[in-house]
Design a protein around this ligand. Structure first.
Ligand code: AHR
Length: 511
């Protein structure tokens, strides 16, 4: 059996766990909103038309913040279409997804949903077809207390108190040629800076996110951020990162190492932002908002849309990119969360894309049930267990060769330490496709610890999925009950036996 090891030290702290790491994303796209969070005719709908089964699953997932209303959708969106009497709201073309937007749900409805789900809203403004004035208008509507035209309109529409939205995305993926209103970095940097200045005159302590790269494979990766920040460095707090991963041509080894790319993405953009800061002689640090990340079988979507260009054209809530996730996908998602946590000193906000139906941990059938996809489980358990500080780990692990990333570690892990409870939690993946790996964790300096709980996601069939008919096929199981899985503590060393292609979370508590 291969062996890996690490020594934890309570003094080696990266940063506190940011609760915003466990963000998600609700876009007006496909069935994320309509028949996802909102389905007034559903037997489980509440008085506002929200599916209570989906609300319960969103809470169980542990989502803390939700980005809204897009995505590509937002770059052609008129926010004011979604306020006031529903019967008067216009039906519009959504050019991003060639769908029809009925506007039955707008910011007032979404704010009600967010309150019920107990999540913070991250609001994205349209800087594709719109600009500074419209950003100010929606800000006045949602955040201005009272006594102005738009704040009074909100009150007349039923929301007496402002929503107090703190974190704002200045557009979406404007580096991408597919984006309505795609811009050069100079154009976007100037627009982001002037929008940020205007928003800050209205409310100085907003947290503002400038668009970064839509993927690390964009030809402008790095130079986009550099130019945008040259213009907007002092005006914004974050630059965004977006990354989607999939298994190409059966290359499971590279796919399992997707977090290598996420690490590279974060390190490159931190270096880029810091270099701009140095050039500008600024004392300020720009953080990263990884506000779209997930596994997405994008190549299937692209092929499908090329073969059947009319398949989903101009429908209301069509089935778009409803990827069904398997065991390997869940292991990768767990690993991407490990990467995000490891960078908690600079990645202080992140959103898994998306929440329901559209490349999502939660699936629904119209009029039918809601269920958890495989990727639900590592997200929910990480959100529940990651508390206190993220520790800095130097893992010694054997490696394996990958097509895309060269030699990658077999074991990847992160750990958190809650000094108030004494709990230490280790999140670990084994990327070995053949055998378990024994991972020994030196806990010198933490006092006596015992195993409080240990969970593993794995399966003999790495392609197994959860479906409407078999919604619990893949779930977390106690590590000790999984073939080849084990956890033991002896003295100050914990030994985790991690099954092949698996994700695990082990919570240790004071003995
Ligand atoms: O999440 C799906 C889409 O992916 C979003 O609309 C867009 O921002 C990204 O390209």
């Amino acid at each position: 059996m291969h062996r890996a090891r690490v020594a934890l030290n309570p003094a080696h702290v990266v940063a506190p766990v940011s609760r915003r790491t466990f963000g998600s994303f609700v876009e007006h796209m496909g069935r994320c909103v309509y028949t996802g969070i909102y389905e007034p005719d559903h037997p489980l709908a509440d008085e506002d038309g929200f599916r209570t089964d989906v609300l319960a699953l969103a809470r169980e997932l542990g989502v803390t913040m939700v980005r809204y209303p897009g995505g590509n959708f937002v770059s052609g969106y008129r926010w004011e279409d979604g306020i006031g009497p529903v019967e008067k709201r216009p039906r519009r073309r959504d050019l991003a997804w060639r769908s029809i937007e009925t506007n039955e749900v707008g910011i007032d409805e979404f704010a009600r949903w967010a309150e019920k789900a107990d999540v913070e809203i991250m609001y994205a403004v349209n800087l594709g077809t719109r600009g500074v004035q419209e950003a100010l208008d929606v800000h006045e509507y949602v955040n201005h207390p009272e006594g102005t035209h738009l704040s009074e309109l909100r009150r007349a529409n039923g929301a007496e108190k402002p929503y107090g939205i703190k974190i704002w995305c200045l557009g979406n993926e404007l580096d991408g040629p597919w984006q309505t209103g795609h811009k050069t970095p100079e154009e976007y940097g100037l627009l982001a800076a002037s929008t940020a200045r205007a928003l800050r005159s209205a409310e100085p302590d907003l947290e503002l996110v400038a668009c970064g790269s839509s993927s690390s494979s964009m030809p402008t990766f790095g130079t986009w951020e550099s130019t945008v920040l040259e213009h907007a460095y002092e005006q914004v707090d974050y630059v965004s990162c977006h990354a989607y991963y999939e298994e190409f041509d059966g290359d499971l080894g590279s796919f399992l190492a997707s977090a290598v790319d996420m690490d590279h993405f974060v390190n490159s953009i931190v270096a880029t932002a810091d270099a701009v800061g140095a050039r500008l002689k600024s004392k300020k640090k720009i953080n990263l908002s990884f506000d779209e990340w997930n596994v997405w079988y994008l190549s299937r979507f692209q092929n499908q849309s090329q073969n059947q260009p009319q398949a989903a054209d101009w429908k209301v809530a069509p089935r778009v990119i409803e990827d069904q996730y398997n065991v390997a996908d869940a292991v990768v998602v767990g690993n991407l969360l490990i990467s995000l946590l490891r960078h908690s000193d600079r990645v202080t906000a992140a959103c898994q894309a998306q929440l329901v139906n559209v490349i999502a941990p939660i699936m629904t059938e119209p009029g039918g049930p809601a269920w958890r996809q495989t990727i639900f489980h590592p997200f929910a358990r990480t959100a529940a267990l990651a508390k206190g500080d993220v520790l800095d780990l130097r893992i010694e692990s054997p490696t394996y060769p990958t097509e895309k990333y060269g030699d990658a570690a077999l074991i990847d892990a992160v750990a958190t330490h809650d000094s108030t409870t004494g709990d230490v939690v280790i999140f670990a993946v084994n990327r070995d496709q053949e055998q378990p790996v024994e991972f020994s964790v030196d806990l010198h300096g933490f006092g006596g610890l015992t195993v409080a709980e240990a969970w593993t996601l794995t399966d003999d069939d790495l392609r197994a999925s959860n479906t409407r008919d078999d919604p619990e096929r893949v779930t977390l199981r106690p590590t000790a009950s999984v073939p080849t899985g084990a956890v033991a503590i002896s003295g100050e060393t914990a030994t985790l036996t991690l099954p092949r292609v698996s994700w695990s979370a082990v919570r240790l508590t004071r003995a």
